[in-house]
Each structure stands twice: as structure tokens, then as C-alpha cells.
Write a protein that binds this ligand. Structure first.
Ligand code: C5P
Length: 236
């Protein structure tokens, strides 16, 4: 299919808000970037913001369980979102520093749930996310984008896939990049992350009643992106 870069006629500002949620490892970023690129929109992965703050807290020796200290740190930082990767993806910079590589460290993954459970942090990051979406023309993914950050988004999607399939995908990714990987451990980590997301007291992961649910267990990322684009174009 020939890729179309034609912009949709905007309902606000320069274009629509496309909100996506779903569990860890479901492919939201791959799909979201693809959809944003095809629409000529920006893409933002909000998990990066929580990870960036977690990394900074660990670097600065701030206890991630000390909620007030983490909120103070978040408020002191200069947050910027600069376009990279062909101008589509907005990457998180804190105090002028790009953190793409550091935020994937294991210690960041292990501590990010505590930071994501902090109400003050969520309020601050939600404000930043809403500011990024103010002019539209954005695809934003996370855990609470359809339910809390943009409950009135023009398009809402909830991506899902079985934990087994998400673990297999992660396993294949790691193997392909020559990294050591153990399927049973990856599966256990995915189940733990699901639990953390679902049991969080504020803004837990949940399906918005009006979101289009796409189960990608038996679909490729490309097929998921095509489904979303068809839906957006049919309603736009
Ligand atoms: O998606 P990713 O695993 O990179 O997210 C990092 C952390 O931020 C996770 O703990 C996830 O639950 C949390 N998160 C969140 N709300 C979002 C995006 C991510 O609580 N909108």
C-alpha cells in the first residue's frame, strides 16, 4: 500500500489528538510512530517522561519512595521535548540533556513504578502532556492518555496482546540484537509490570469505554497501524 502523508483536515489547531494506551511491551511506540509519520504528526511516548525522572532521581541520589523529594526534583528540572528521528518523535530532554539511552537501564525500569505511583509527579507530567497536545497533530501513548490526560481526544485506541505474545516479541528483539534473553524471566517481568500498572491507585491502566480496542496477539505492527489509520481516515 502506498504510504500517504496527506494531512487530515484539522478539527483543532493543526490536527487531531490521537491517544493510545495499553500494557507494557504491546508495541505502542512502534505503531504510534508509524501512524504519526503517515499523518505528518508528532509522536510522544509518555513512559519516557516517567523514566527520565526516575533516572535523574537515581543519579542525584533522591529516594524514589520519598514522594515530596521526587516532586521537588521534577519541578526543578527544565523539561523539553525535541523532535528527532526524521522529526516525528519528540524525545525528552531534562536540563538540556537527552536521556534516550540512560532511561533503558535496568535500574530505571525497576524503579519507575514507584515514580509513576507518585500523585504529584503524575499531576506535573499530565500538565506537560496536555501542553504538548494543545495544538493537536500529535499521537501520544502511555497508560492513562485516553482515560485521564486526553479523555476528549479525537481518536482513542487501546492496544492489547497476551502476556505470552508480548514476552515472545521482547525475547525475539533481544536475541536479534545479540543480547542474552530468557523467555520465562521476560514473561514474569511482563506479568509484574501489568500488575503494577493495573493496581496503581491513581490513573491505573484501564480501557476507556469509547476507545477502539485492538488485540495485536495475531497481528503485525504494520497491520495494527493500518487498522488505526483506516479508523482515523474513515472518521476524519
Ligand atoms: O511504557 P514504559 O514502560 O516505558 O513506562 C515507564 C513507566 O511509566 C512504567 O512504570 C509505566 O507504568 C509508567 N507510565 C505511566 N503512565 C504513562 C506512561 C508510563 O504510569 N502515561
Amino acid at each position: 500500500m502506498a504510504p500517504s502523508t496527506a494531512r487530515l483536515s484539522p478539527s483543532r489547531g493543526k490536527g487531531y489528538i490521537v491517544a493510545m494506551d495499553g500494557p507494557a511491551g504491546v508495541g505502542k511506540s512502534t505503531v504510534g510512530q508509524c501512524v504519526a509519520k503517515r499523518l505528518g504528526y508528532h509522536f510522544i511516548n509518555t513512559g519516557e517522561m516517567f523514566r527520565a525522572l526516575t533516572w535523574k532521581a537515581l543519579e542525584d541520589g533522591v529516594d524514589v519512595e520519598d514522594q515530596q523529594a521526587v516532586v521537588r526534583l521534577a519541578g526543578r528540572l527544565k523539561w523539553e521535548f525535541r523532535p528527532t528521528e526524521g522529526g516525528v518523535t519528540l524525545k525528552t530532554f531534562i536540563d538540556g540533556q537527552g536521556v534516550t539511552v540512560q532511561i533503558r537501564e535496568e535500574r530505571v525500569s525497576a524503579n519507575s513504578s514507584a515514580v509513576a505511583a507518585n500523585p504529584g509527579v503524575r499531576r506535573l507530567l499530565c500538565r506537560l502532556q496536555r501542553r504538548l497536545g494543545r495544538r493537536g497533530a500529535i499521537v501520544m501513548e502511555g497508560r492513562d492518555i485516553t482515560t485521564h490526560v486526553f479523555p476528549n481526544a479525537d481518536f482513542k485506541f487501546y492496544l492489547d496482546a497476551s502476556a505470552e505474545e508480548r514476552a515472545r516479541r521482547r525475547y525475539r528483539q533481544l536475541k536479534a540484537s545479540g543480547m542474552p534473553a530468557e523467555l520465562s524471566k521476560i514473561h514474569a517481568a511482563i506479568l509484574q509490570r501489568d500488575l503494577n500498572d493495573l493496581k496503581r491507585k491513581i490513573n491505573p491502566l484501564s480501557q476507556a469505554a469509547d476507545a477502539m480496542v485492538i488485540d495485536s496477539t495475531h497481528l503485525s505492527m504494520r497491520q495494527v497501524a493500518e487498522k488505526m489509520l483506516r479508523m482515523i481516515r474513515s472518521k476524519a
